[in-house]
Design a binder for this molecule. Structure first.
Ligand code: SAM
Length: 279
């Protein structure tokens, strides 16, 4: 489907970036759009009023958050179908990114309505560029599950990925998360970026165990984690099993892991490995 964004007099849904801490981090264009639209939908109207008042934006404001997405979604869609120009903002940074906005953007796109982006800060990318860790390729993960068992599973699924990883995390969970990362991902280099753009902004860079020694910390946190570095020895899976065993993996687990990596049955690989060791 091909949709031009700026056909005059046509409905449009703008996804507008707002500051992640420092009120000055907003574009001229974002301010102009927020002044000119028919209505702004905000994740938390009280929070957004501080920003809107600061810039003298008096556009009508309504809530659109996780818990009223369904109801408000219908209303927003109806208004767009009537030809209105609307903006979505979240509490910080880009809407949609670990914030509401995706559902309504998708619904609007399905109806052939223009959905456009008004760029600006986002905590993950802002932390990445100052982290000193390889910026590309990266995987933006957002929040890991708050339950430890699910978090463990998520990290297991990520552990072979060579991409740099970007996570959001709450300060009261950061120690548990880093301890799990140390156990599952190994002692990788990380950057803990805290309170970005605010007066207490700080970057703690080092190995996971180094950073753990400097915790706890307060405030909003982004974690940038170096990707897996071990080259997959896929050309020689049997040697790869030996490699994993020499790094401390139990033989059965090493076979299971390599079987998964090269997509063969574990029992077959086990037989091959026994033969290989006999030689
Ligand atoms: N939509 C936002 C964005 O584009 O970055 C993210 C919203 S998410 C609900 C909030 C999380 O983003 C926080 O818990 C924290 O992990 C991260 N975050 C937001 N602002 C931050 C800041 N100033 N410094 C560090 N992390 C921040």
């Amino acid at each position: 489907m091909r949709i031009r964004s700026f056909d005059a007099d046509k409905a449009i849904l703008y996804l507008v970036a707002t500051p992640i801490g420092n009120l000055e981090d907003i574009t001229f264009r974002a301010i102009n759009i927020l002044k000119s639209v028919d209505k702004i939908y905000a994740e938390d109207t009280r929070n957004s009023l501080v920003l809107l008042n600061h810039y003298g934006i008096s556009t009508h404001l309504e809530s659109y958050h996780e818990f009223n997405q369904e109801l408000k979604g219908e209303q927003i869609l109806k208004e767009l179908e009537e030809g209105k120009k609307l903006a979505i903002i979240s509490d910080a940074g880009l809407p949609v990114i670990s914030d509401p906005g995706f559902r309504i953007a998708k619904l609007a796109i399905e109806k052939g309505i223009a959905v456009s982006t008004i760029p600006g800060p986002s905590a993950g990318i802002s932390a990445l560029i100052a982290s000193g860790i390889a910026p590309t390729p990266f995987t933006f993960y957002g929040f890991l599950d708050s339950k430890k068992t699910k978090k463990r599973k998520e990290l297991e699924d990520l552990k072979h990925l060579t991409n740099t990883l970007i996570f959001y995390e709450a300060p009261h969970r950061i120690v548990e998360t880093l301890e799990l990362m140390l156990e599952i991902l190994g002692n990788r280099n990380i950057c803990l970026a805290r309170e970005l753009t605010k007066s207490y902004e700080e970057f703690i860079r080092g190995s996971i165990s180094d950073v753990l020694k400097q915790l706890p910390v307060k405030g909003e946190i982004v974690l940038i984690v170096e990707g897996a570095t071990a080259e997959l020895n896929i050309d020689n899976p049997l040697a790869r099993i030996d490699e994993l065993i020499s790094l401390g993996t139990k033989p059965n687990d090493a076979i299971k892991e390599v079987a998964k990596e090269i997509n063969v049955s574990k029992s077959e690989l086990y037989k091959d490995y026994l033969e290989y060791k006999k030689k």
